[in-house]
Design a protein around this ligand. Structure first.
Ligand code: UD1
Length: 421
């Protein structure tokens, strides 16, 4: 069944919204269960399609699963296949996260290459080069990465040419079971990478440098790990999206179940735009701005401004008092929301990786299409302030990463409905 969201604009928001667990933490944590010699329960799991897809992939490999509410228990001791097939991998690029753990555990694996992705080429060359440095023999056969390391992976020094989040996670997991010490240089510092390291350390892996760009990991010489239950950290991108909803409607709303420190680059940017906050231990309240000021944004790796918030801020900048410049530095094609925002009356000019966003825009409703996960949330934000009723189609993109989106927005007072196409 296909659905669209119907959003009537012009409504102020109020109240509070509870933030779900982080999709981008849940995914590597699910993949890490392949390294475990026991069953693990992951709690605060977001109920989103990407998480279901990776769980399905683990089940396909032979894992057993049970769920209760937002907790999922995974037992990978029953895994008897090391082949992640195309049918599932094509649905979600992050399936590549099984490559490192499968190879480290079984000494061989076949993982379908993730297909081209809407937001750019997104290669996996850095994942593969790192595994080769750890002694793996890798071939690409009929769309599959076929990897072998019959004697086990060996510790190595790896300098990443670029900071890659899932690449870092893949190699951290592989190194945890490798023979000897792996030194990783230029690693991602995202909170989701840190949580993965913490979980592995709890399981007895010695990792130095967690939270910095350089890690030193002592492998277990192939012995599976004694992994403990874990609670997934809050989703900083979902949190940032709701803060932007408060900002674009210039309303006072509170987000709860968050780690404010993980949101610093986002709250800092919103402060520059004129918003103020009440920050609690696990909550943030955004306060309306006198006027919304234009700002310049450049996306970068954590702790910089996240590319996953670029589209939402672009929607917000249409309501600023002047022109804003947004530079996308991570993905070459992450501007697909622009043409849809323009259809709603936005004044946005693109040149290379830079967008010039005119402010003071009266947005008007339209039929628009979601093109990728975060682009879709920008359209919802725009619809909240547009004149009339906007229909956002192809919302399966949103369901990949936002739990109960229309329920949460409705609770904040938005006029939003999920309807059948
Ligand atoms: C992860 C996040 C995604 C976020 C992105 C950047 C997950 C599941 N997804 O994606 O939400 O937008 O980080 O913060 O955590 N690159 C290469 N070769 C590689 C790998 C990456 O050239 O082998 C390049 C990419 O094309 C991109 C940059 O490195 O330009 C960063 O990509 P990367 O951090 O790997 O993104 P993902 O891990 O796929």
């Amino acid at each position: 069944m296909l659905y669209y969201l119907s959003i009537k604009g012009g409504q102020k928001l109020k109240g509070s919204v509870s933030i779900s667990g982080a999709k981008n933490s849940a995914l590597p944590l699910l993949a890490s269960t392949l390294l475990s010699k026991n069953k693990i329960t992951l709690s605060n799991m977001p109920n989103v399609v990407d998480v279901k897809t990776l769980t399905k992939l683990l089940e396909n490999l032979g894992a057993t699963k049970s769920s209760e509410g937002n907790s999922v228990s995974i037992d990978t001791t029953t895994v008897d296949s090391a082949c992640a097939n195309y049918d599932i991998v094509r649905k979600m690029r992050a399936s590549i996260l099984t490559l490192g753990p499968l190879l480290a555990r079984f000494g061989h694996c076949e993982v379908s290459m993730p297909g081209g992705c809407a937001i750019g080429q997104r290669p996996i060359d850095l994942h593969l080069k790192a595994l080769e440095l750890m002694g793996a023999k890798i071939e690409l056969k009929q769309g599959y990465v076929v990897a072998k390391a019959p004697e086990g992976l060996k510790g190595a020094t790896i300098i990443f040419d670029k900071v890659t989040v899932t690449g870092s996670e893949n190699i951290i997991m592989a190194a945890s079971l490798a023979n000897g010490v792996t030194k990783l240089v230029n690693i991602a510092k995202e909170p989701e990478v840190v949580q993965l390291c913490e979980v592995l350390m709890e399981a007895g892996v010695s990792i130095e440098g967690v939270g910095t760009a350089n890690l030193s990991i002592v492998g277990s010489y192939g012995e599976l790990l004694d992994m403990k239950d874990v609670k997934v950290i809050p989703d900083r991108i979902e949190a940032g999206t709701y803060l932007c909803a408060g900002a674009i409607t210039n309303s006072k709303i509170t987000i709860t179940n968050v780690i404010p420190k993980h949101l610093e680059s986002i709250t800092l940017k919103l402060r520059q735009m004129g918003f103020d906050f009440e920050i609690g231990e696990n909550s943030i309240t955004i306060l309306p701005a006198g006027k919304i000021k234009a700002c310049d944004i450049e996306t970068s790796e954590y702790p910089g401004f996240p590319t996953d918030m670029q589209a939402q801020f672009m929607a917000l900048c249409t309501q600023a008092n002047d022109t804003s410049i947004i530079d996308e530095r991570l993905f070459e094609n992450r501007f697909m929301h622009v043409s849809e925002l323009v259809r709603m009356g936005a004044n946005i000019k693109l040149k290379g990786h830079s967008a010039t966003v005119g402010g003071n825009t009266d947005l008007i409703s339209a039929d628009v299409m979601a093109t990728d996960l975060r682009a879709s949330s920008a359209l919802i934000l725009a619809a909240l302030v547009a004149k009339g009723t906007t229909k956002v189609h192809r919302i399966y993109h949103l369901d990949r990463g936002y739990e109960n989106l229309e329920g949460k927005f409705s609770a904040l007072g938005a006029n939003i409905e999920r309807l059948e196409e």
